[in-house]
Design a protein around this ligand. Structure first.
Ligand code: OSB
Ligand code: MG
Length: 386
């Protein structure tokens, strides 16, 4: 995602980095076991140099509930540490970004926003679609939906019916104690054969073993992150005692985690979120580690705007992304997305990628400007606010 004012040429000397907060109301609230969100506060970054500009999205949420990162923390980490580490550097490929930022521990979503912007610039500069630069092979990716906790089961059933009618290939529902067995039972009564999974976002402990075993009767494709957000060991013990495949999301922070989880038998499936693992370079490593161990992966979502969504689509074209992801149409989230065209899903539940260079999507810069509530540009060590 790059708007070259002049024909751009990597290597690019990074002259300034701009952070923007945009606010976008969700078409429908989204509720997980850790809370409900009605509107997103999204941190977008641009990197400018030698007359060009490239965009990235930081997927950190409004509060540190999914993981330790959140928008205001990420903003500071980028402004005070990551941007200064990149400014003045000459970078010719996305893979080079991580080394400059490695002195900063973790803060993966903040790092990914910057690294992914450089990958997008590299793709554009090489005249390649981002998905090809990443090593993708599919022209069409399979889409599922993640449906939050609703006020009533009937509302959930209605939502599932709408998504199935639209063609989505897999339904994932959020669960928590008190919104699990009976809800899944009701769904299975209505749709005995659909591809169905659930996501607990760490809402259970091993004390719930018998309860979780009862979910086996629903023949779920997977149960996502049932236990602690930072755990493999107890997930491995749980996996031995339930038939349903465990999918890890929160616990997998990098390729070494994927390796450890696979070797321990902590999961049979992994959800890859490019922000959670710190950028495309690490996401590719996770993909490869999983592929070599026979663990299928799929692309998770973080209620992204079009920028992050376009990046997720590109990543999903890699060969081991063999299960439908949580990458769905713009209109499920936003009245108007910030990219053109908006992300559209076919009636077979797929998104197609094109042969155009970069992400294949254009930015609605006027709309982004209108949605912006905060902006800060960092140049060398000096900080300018405006
Ligand atoms: O656990 O996958 C998750 C959204 C916010 C935080 C965590 C998760 C999710 C989703 C939504 O499930 C996926 C999406 O539609 O973007
Ligand atoms: Mg999840």
């Amino acid at each position: 995602m790059l708007d070259g004012l002049a024909p751009c040429l990597l290597p690019m000397k990074i002259e300034s980095i701009t952070l923007r907060e945009i606010q976008m109301p969700l078409v429908h609230f989204f509720e997980t076991s850790f809370g409900r969100v009605y509107a997103r506060r999204i941190l977008l970054v641009t990197m400018e140099g030698e007359g060009l500009r490239t965009w990235g999205e930081c997927v950190a949420a409004e509060g540190p509930f999914y993981s330790e990162e959140w928008i205001d923390g990420a903003w500071l980490v980028i402004a005070d540490f990551l941007a200064p580490a990149l400014l003045g550097k000459i970078i010719s490929a996305g893979t080079q970004a991580a080394a400059f930022m490695s002195r900063v521990r973790a803060n993966h979503m903040a790092k990914a926003a910057l690294e992914n912007a450089l990958w997008a610039a590299e793709a554009e500069e090489k005249g390649l679609p981002l998905w090809k630069l990443l090593g993708g092979t599919r022209r069409e990716i399979a889409c599922g939906v993640s449906i939050g906790i609703q006020d009533t089961v009937e509302q959930l059933i209605e939502k599932i019916a709408t998504e199935l009618e639209a063609g989505y290939q897999r339904i994932k529902v959020k669960i928590k104690p008190g919104w699990d067995y009976n809800v899944l039972k009701r769904i299975r009564q209505q749709w005995p054969e659909i591809l169905l999974s659930c996501d607990a976002n760490s809402a259970y402990s091993l004390d719930d073993l018998h309860h979780l075993q009862r979910l086996d009767e629903f023949r779920l494709l997977m149960i996502e992150q049932p236990l602690w957000n930072d755990d493999f060991y107890l997930h491995a013990r749980l996996q031995q005692k339930i038939q349903t495949a465990i999918c890890l999301d929160e616990s997998i922070r990098h390729a070494r985690d994927a390796e450890a989880a696979a070797d321990l038998g902590a999961c049979r499936i992994i959800n890859v979120k490019v922000g959670r693992v710190g950028g495309f370079t690490e996401a590719l490593k996770v993909h490869n580690v999983c592929q070599s161990r026979g663990i299928p992966v799929w692309c998770g979502g973080m209620l992204e705007s079009g920028i992050g969504r376009a990046h997720n689509i590109a990543l999903s074209t890699l060969s081991n992304f063999s299960l439908p992801g949580d990458v769905s149409a713009s209109q499920r989230y936003w009245k108007e997305d910030i990219i053109e065209p908006e992300v559209q899903v076919s009636n077979r539940g797929t998104i197609s990628v094109t042969g155009s260079p970069g992400t294949g999507y254009l930015l609605k810069e006027d709309l982004i400007e209108k949605l912006t509530v905060r902006k800060q540009t960092i140049r060398n060590a000096a900080v300018a606010t405006g």
